[in-house]
Design a protein around this ligand. Structure first.
Ligand code: BES
Ligand code: MN
Ligand code: MN
Length: 454
């Protein structure tokens, strides 16, 4: 084991260079113009899996972007791990706010900067390298391993669920291992045991059949932008609760042990506010900040547009207005049920003066993973050894749609061995990944394989 770990340390620069090649591919899943890059990126992933020593690697085409699968099943009778990750990334805009071009990876102060560095190429590459190092040093693995790397996570994993449903035997495993979440703090080993779900709606309001002169017509017809703003303001009450009847019906309360755990983490509202450049924090009354992010549902407008948004002034009453509204959900809320509930509520409270269209763009189920599962215990031991510190268990406010699918269709838990930091600018300009965490991640992954094989 010692040889293996020093092998990783000696080869780590090579790994960083390979990761940079991976990050150079602009695999933005939501943009049609990057369709070819998605194919390239899937191919790159497949090649690295082969090079790592897996003996069956396949690219499965889907209606959207390809899924990459790889396996090594040379340890009959031993457990099987399924490593999940995503090679797709978020768009780069606003591009002007990047200090480097987003697809020209740059190492600075022990961090690698590029779109996808922490979410999720850097984190998933950890496991490819751990397997490769294992094979190179020991010739074989002490357990069986499968990889499932998709290209549509950032757009809701629409084609992954049917794929899993049609390949249950292929994907059969004892646990899923995922690095696509965050550490609680730099250098602190962390296991994430809960994710929020998501319901993403687009709300479009249409008033007059064309833009109107706001002088000639102002005062006579509804202005869809005004109406939309008014409607949005009604979706919360003065205590920060979501003001939609039935919205909280399925929400599971935090367990006392969880509240205790959160208290022990000694989260500082003050430092958090300072780091974000705001003078105070807000949200639902009666819950601490971590409770609100991890275990309470929220509703936010992601973007709003309509009418004249160019430079200068133009006097019109716009014909339409649109808001992109998302809700983060917690166990046991059901995104499909919430989508129906919220759609009918919006239609009900909107005035007759506008037409309303609500479109469900995508969703994800919330999840909690078992803490007493052998895989979680192995991950705890592995990470504590690698990082030299005690593990922190936390929940995450973000979503990974497939985690609930694994539980439902494969009936296995997922261990979320996150290696990123929420401050590493995922989804925003200057995304980066700590190279120290990259290295500790590879070591954690190796120790996990070792521990889980026992
Ligand atoms: N890796 C993130 C999930 C995440 C976010 C983990 C923040 C840790 C901290 C994932 O790639 C992601 O962005 N998920 C989307 C899912 C959505 C598009 C269905 C999300 O949460 O917005
Ligand atoms: Mn991710
Ligand atoms: Mn993401």
């Amino acid at each position: 084991m010692e040889n293996l770990l020093s092998f990783v340390k000696n080869n780590y620069e090579v790994y960083v260079n390979e990761l940079a090649d991976y990050l150079r591919i602009p695999s933005i899943s939501t943009l049609a113009e990057n369709k070819k890059d998605m194919q390239l990126c899937a191919k790159f992933t497949a090649e690295k899996l082969k090079k790592a020593g897996l003996n069956r690697v396949e690219i499965f085409q889907t209606e959207g972007h390809p899924i990459v699968y790889g396996e090594w099943l040379g340890a009959p009778g031993k457990p099987t791990i399924l490593v999940y990750g995503h090679y797709d990334v978020q768009p780069v805009d606003p591009i002007d706010l990047w200090d480097i071009p987003p697809f020209e990876p740059t190492v600075k102060d022990g961090k690698i900067y590029a779109r996808g560095a922490t979410d999720d190429k850097g984190q998933l590459y950890v496991h490819i390298k751990s397997v490769e190092a294992y094979f190179k040093q020991k010739g074989s693995l002490p357990l069986n391993i499968k990889f499932l790397i998709e290209g549509e996570e950032e757009i809701g994993s629409k084609n992954l669920e049917p794929f899993i449903n049609n390949h249950k035997e292929l994907l059969k495993c004892d646990t899923v291992l995922i690095s696509d979440t965050s550490l609680y703090a730099p250098g602190v080993p962390t296991i994430t045991y809960g994710l929020r779900g998501l319901c993403f709606l687009e709300v479009e309001m249409t008033g007059p059949n064309r833009d109107l002169h706001s002088g000639s017509y102002g005062g006579s017809v509804a202005n869809p932008v005004n109406v939309l703003a008014d409607l949005i303001s009604k979706l919360h009450d003065k205590n920060g609760k979501i003001n939609i009847p039935g919205f909280y019906n399925d929400v599971v309360k935090l367990m006392p042990a969880e509240r205790e755990n959160i208290k022990k983490l000694k989260f500082s509202d003050k430092n958090y506010a300072k780091e974000l450049g705001v003078s105070e924090l807000t949200g639902e009354k009666g819950f601490s900040t971590l409770e609100r992010i991890w275990a309470r549902p929220t509703l936010d407008v992601n973007g709003i547009f309509g009418g004249f948004t160019g430079k200068g002034a133009k006097t019109i009453i716009p014909s339409s207005a649109t808001a992109k509204v998302s809700m983060r959900l917690v166990p046991n809320q059901d995104p499909k049920k919430i989508s129906k509930l919220v759609t009918s509520h919006i239609k009900k409270i909107a005035p007759k003066s506008v037409k309303v269209k609500v479109t469900d763009l995508h969703g994800a189920y919330p999840v909690l993973t078992p803490l007493n599962h052998k895989a979680t215990i192995s991950a705890k031991i592995a990470m504590e050894k690698a990082f030299g510190k005690k593990i922190v268990f936390m929940r995450e406010g973000g979503s990974i749609p497939v985690v609930a699918t694994f539980a439902k269709l494969l009936k296995v838990p997922s261990v979320m061995m996150g290696l990123g930091l929420n401050s590493e600018n995922l989804h925003s300009p200057n995304e980066h990944f700590s190279l120290k965490h990259f290295q500790l991640g590879i070591i954690s992954s190796i120790l996990f394989i070792d521990e889980f094989s026992k």
